[in-house]
Structures are given as C-alpha cells and as structure tokens.
Design a protein around this ligand. Sequence first.
Ligand code: PLP
Length: 338
Amino acid sequence: MIDLRSDTVTEPCDRMREAMATAQVGDDVLGADPTVKQLEEFTAEILGKEAALYMPSGTMTNQVAIRLHTQPGDEIVMEENSHTYYYESGGPAALSGVMCQLIKGDRGLFTAEQLTAALRPKNLHFAPTKLLVLENTHNRGGGKIWPIDQLQSVTNTARNANLRTHLDGARLWNASAATGIPEKEYAKHFDTISVCFSKGLGAPVGSALAGSAEMIDRARRFRKMFGGGMRQAGIIAAGAIFALQNNRPKLKADHKNAKLLAEGLTGLKGIDIDPAAVETNIVFFNTTDPAAELVEKMNQKEILMLALGENSIRAVTNLMVTKEMTNQAIETIRSICQ
Ligand SMILES: *Cc1c(COP(=O)(O)O)cnc(C)c1O
C-alpha cells in the first residue's frame, strides 16, 4: 500500500516504540510525569514561549485556546476554510459559546485590510471581537505557507485592535522546514500556538499548546474541563519527543516527494494540477471524471488518496512514503489515466 490519504497515517517505527516502552512515567494530572514535562519544555523552547501543555489532539489544543481567550458571546475571526472552523465539530459554539466571523481567504490567507473590515466598532449591538485565529501551513489551502510579512501585518492589526492571537500550527513544522524560518519566528507573533506531533512528525498521539506561563496555567484547567487530563501519558509523550528529535529533519523529504508527485501528474489525461502551488506536503488536484471513481481505481492498485470534493483529490506525502514509492504511484496513475 502507498498511503497518501493523510500525514496522520504514519505509524511508529521500532526505535520510537522502544523509546515509548522504556519511558519514565508518573501521574501527569498530579504533575508527576517527567517525560510529559520534558516534552512540554522541549516544545516551549522550540516555539520560544514560556510554557507548553500536552493534549490528546490538535482539536483540543485549538478549542482550549479559544476557551482561554474568550467569554461566551464574544466573537472570533478566522478564515472560512480554517480547520478550527471547518473540521472541529462546532467546537467554538459548543465549548466556548462564541460566534465565528469568517473571512474569505485565498488558499487560507487574507490581508490586514480584510481583517480591519471584519472588526466591529465598540457598540452594545455587536459581539465583541476578541480573538484572531490563523493556520500555518493551511490544510484546506493545500499546505499553503503564510508569507512572514503578511502574517506580521495581520497579527499587528489584530494586536492594535486589542485582539488575542492564536496560531493553529498543526503543520508549523512543515512551514519552517520549507522556508528555513525557525518556528519561534512565526510563533512570536501569537499569544498561543498549537502544534501537532501526530501528523508529519509521525508520533502516534498528541499536540501541544504553547504560550506564556500564565496562559498555559489557565489552559491546564480547561484541558481538565474538556476531559484531556491524562495519567501516565509519558508513554505517548516519549513518541512525540522521539518525533521532534528524529523526524522533524525528515519533513523536507516529504516536500520533495509532494513536488515530484505533482510534477508527475502534470499533463495526465483527466487531471488538472498546478505543481507550482505545492509548497509543502499537501497536493490537491482536480479531475474531469468524478474524483471518487479515480480514487477507487487507485485503491484497486494499492494507492490511497482522499476525494475531498466531487472533482477534487488530496494526496499528502508522509514519513511512510519514500521517493521510490512516489515514483511508483506516478507510474500507476499514468497507466490508469491513459
Ligand atoms: C489535523 C489538524 C488539526 C488537529 O487535528 P486532530 O485530529 O484533532 O489532532 C488542527 N489543525 C489543522 C490545520 C490540522 O490539519
């Protein structure tokens, strides 16, 4: 199988399993798991923040951040295709009681002018706008990277309007691997950042929320409230530490394979793809025939991708897909599309 459905399909290698099996653990709800602490400190250091908090999923880190920065009845601003709005089960409404104002972006990006237009004047008729959420890289934007200047101008505008700022950085690692801009250079523009260990980094479980010590202290209570307090979580945290140390440098290979795949599919009958749009590990392309049909034909030849629209397919390169496998996938799709 060549599994290109997502970068979440990665499984721990033997060395990662070994690190997990031998991890020192304790009850993390009582603050006594040294491996979780080590992961949190390591993550905070990479992101240039005072503290970080380990959680079971990226959905939880984003939703805890929203709860942390808002009160029920507040409004938060984000892009219409952002994961936090699109893929998190209505969490902002259900868990924090906030309204979402959505900005129409271009592959997930928007401008400071668009944010300014979205801000509401102080007036008792309006829900107070309290939080800006950005996503880098942008998942539904096809792994698009926020140019650092544009990110800075949008977050400056938010700060000048007294908004808090949160970055959904599930794939911030990919942005840094692609641009060479360190994670902390992106993170410094935000109050809180969430990062995933279980995507391209290949750990089995978990995400972290980073920010000031005071914010992370408050976030710890909301994590408990949302059911995310874990006990001997050092077992899974050890996988995340291993992933940061050993797999973070490998993300560049995923990006190369994504480019290779996009170039290999260019010009095939029934496929419309722009390889120049591929910046990281996510490849989107359009199909003339129904996407589900082509995906089914690929499945029969042991290549897995996701049909994300009537005529749209997503492929995500990952740790378990080598250059050889990518070439093999291209050859197979060529034979299907003849
Ligand atoms: C995957 C992802 C998340 C979190 O997903 P979980 O499955 O809840 O860990 C958050 N944001 C983005 C952009 C993602 O791609």
